[in-house]
Design a binder for this molecule. Structure first.
Ligand code: ATP
Ligand code: IP8
Length: 242
């Protein structure tokens, strides 16, 4: 079984509030659903724009709680778009928000485990949640680390909108070089617009953690999801953490 995260930059237009990229989502889901998987998706313009507007993550206040409600509703909308596509394709998919999984000190994934054991494809997503005095944002990248720990999948695949991890942001530096196998190289990470969870640096950190859990981990360009089939072949384009 594979765990796969679809970045918010792929299934939403990150610059336009709550714009779902349906065709791109269909293309990705058609390819990844050829094998057994658990899905995670990011927030894109359904998560990050409202989080920023309400100052999330941040200290608990009336405004922050209201923001958490808006973000949770928007993320549920995005998740419903994804789940609707999947069920139309005949995939028994069900959404799980970290807000509902949070149990005082940690996330309780037992409903996700139970669903998976019942043949359901769990679809988790980044979301707002309330932890004591704070409204926090759980990133889909953090969820990938937890799922790696719990399920010990054969691989953890992160899909984003670039060909992999580069030694610098390829959208800013045209001479940036793709790192095909990460081996301790020095990397420059540039911040991402409309992002409250840390962009590529956060993703990179999460990918290293998945790898440390003994799970083969990859960053692949989700605009070309067919590249997933080339993993472990000489043709593979992406970054491997193995
Ligand atoms: P999420 O759902 O977590 O937001 P995402 O796939 O939308 O995931 P981003 O957070 O937008 O991902 O991060 C991807 C962006 O990171 C790329 O579009 C790229 O411009 C930027 N980036 C910055 N530094 C690097 C780097 N060293 N290598 C690759 N991409 C980088
Ligand atoms: O896009 C964050 O999840 P990510 C979701 O995976 C929200 O970092 C609500 C901003």
């Amino acid at each position: 079984m594979k765990i796969i995260k679809i970045g918010g930059s792929l299934i939403t237009d990150k610059n336009e509030y709550r714009k779902f990229e349906k065709e791109k989502a269909i293309k990705i889901i058609e390819i990844i659903s050829k094998e057994q998987f658990i899905l995670v998706h990011g927030g894109g313009s359904f998560g990050h724009i409202a989080s920023k507007k309400y100052g999330l993550p941040g200290k608990l206040s009336k405004e922050a709680i209201f923001g958490a409600c808006v973000v949770k509703n928007d993320m549920t909308l995005l998740n419903n778009h994804v789940i609707s596509l999947m069920t139309k394709m005949g995939i028994p998919a069900m959404g799980f928000s970290p807000f509902n999984l949070w149990k005082r000190e940690k996330f309780d994934y037992s409903p996700v485990i139970r669903a998976y054991e019942q043949g359901i494809v769990p679809v988790l997503f980044g979301d707002a949640f309330i932890d004591h005095e704070f409204v926090k944002i759980e990133s889909g990248d953090d969820i990938m680390v937890d799922l790696s720990d719990i399920f010990k999948p054969e691989s953890a695949i992160f899909l984003s909108d670039v060909d992999g991890v580069f030694d610098d942001d390829p959208k800013i530096n045209k001479d940036a070089k793709l790192i095909r196998k990460f081996n301790g190289e020095t990397i420059k990470f540039q911040g991402v617009k409309n992002d409250v969870t840390g962009g590529m640096l956060k993703k990179f950190d999460s990918m290293l953690k998945c790898r440390q859990m003994g799970v083969k981990t990859y960053l692949i360009n989700g605009k070309y999801p067919e590249r997933i089939m080339d993993i472990e072949s000489g043709e593979f384009i992406g970054t491997e953490f193995i």
